[in-house]
Design a protein around this ligand. Sequence first.
Ligand code: SF4
Ligand code: SF4
Length: 423
Amino acid sequence: MDLQETKDLVYRCNKCGLCISACPVYQQLLMEAASPRGKVQLVKSYLEGGMELSPRFKEILLTCLLCENCVVNCPSGVQHDHVFTDLRTELVKTYGLNWKKRLIYKLLTNEKLLHSTSVLARLGRNWLLETFAKGMRLGNIPVERLPRVNPKPFRDRFNGLVLPEGEVRGRVYYFTGCFTNYFAEEVGQAVVNVLKRLHLEIEIPSGQDCCGVAAILSGEEEIPMKSVEKNISTLAREDLDAVLVDCATCGAAFKKEYIALLRRKGMDTSKAEILKGKTLDVLEYVAERIDLLPFRKDRNRPKIRVTYHDPCHLVRAQGVSQAPRKILKALPGVEFVEMKDANVCCGGGGSFQFDFPDVSKGITANKIKNIRETGASIVVTGCPGCRVTISGNMDESDQITVLHPIQLVDRLLSEETPEKSPQ
Ligand code: SF4
Ligand code: SF4
């Protein structure tokens, strides 16, 4: 890999320190080495030949949520996420990936295997839970609060295409991601319901591959490559109005990480650029059409207080912050309340919460405190990882439901009252 671009980025750093207080990890550890500036200087030293890769170097580089809060607070334009991902790739080449992550990424990026193991996983999860795991935790999350495996993969419910009733006003591709397909059918159903209300034909083929971004951001380039190439060749289509995603991380993969990966590997990015141009988070798409949705305006119920958490992969990786707020403000019967630091990471960071549970715990505790202070009964966020982290870390006494924003839209369209649900 040519690290010249990485070098150019780290040389932009003038050590001003403006990124430091913005870093949620630094706020927990209060160590210069854990700060964005500290990490950038560490990388600079390595690139100049002043130090070698080492297990300690690796640990410091991995103590990062890749939340990009440092990027948006850096006046010199250092793209820390770019620098850190490049170095993670170097670290994987030197030390390899730990076997658990290797196994998970191999499974995630092998759709046939994932599909065939999902039935076993559903049975096994319940059995394991009841038999052994009750009371245990994964990171900071009690195992019984982890999402349940769907009775059957969500995409298997359809024959590849969903048609609206009556007039057809467009055609979109719905990329469900692994999470909705295997764990959150209720989110997928809400997306389909709302898109049908917008009179769209929805392509939703059963065989979609994982976006692969978890592996890519760990620095693993080879395992996800087949899925990346398949997704690009399947989805970079001019005939589609849009490729819609319900997961902030899948959106970040299509709009940003695929191009960065192909560049690192010196490969052609032209088709990935087409995919980037077609990809929209479902919240962006619906926000533009919110006035077309047939909400009942004559609700005579008390307003539901709702707050919103910005996923890092939506607000910074994709620059989407207004669309979800536009939707929430337009919903009849909803009182939208901003929480403090809505755009600060929830502390999940993919596998970060399992690798560094103590650091993660403090960051998540701040997020939950800010949610509670709004007095909201519902918190919505368009990232499955954030929903798992937030709902998994709440107290039993918290009467706060965690939903995807589109679930709230769908429930209000069908005039249901949102109820407390596991996630
Ligand atoms: S990406 Fe987030 S966690 Fe990582 S150094 Fe930057 S601010 Fe800190
Ligand atoms: S804000 Fe940017 S220039 Fe300033 S210390 Fe951080 S990385 Fe360096």
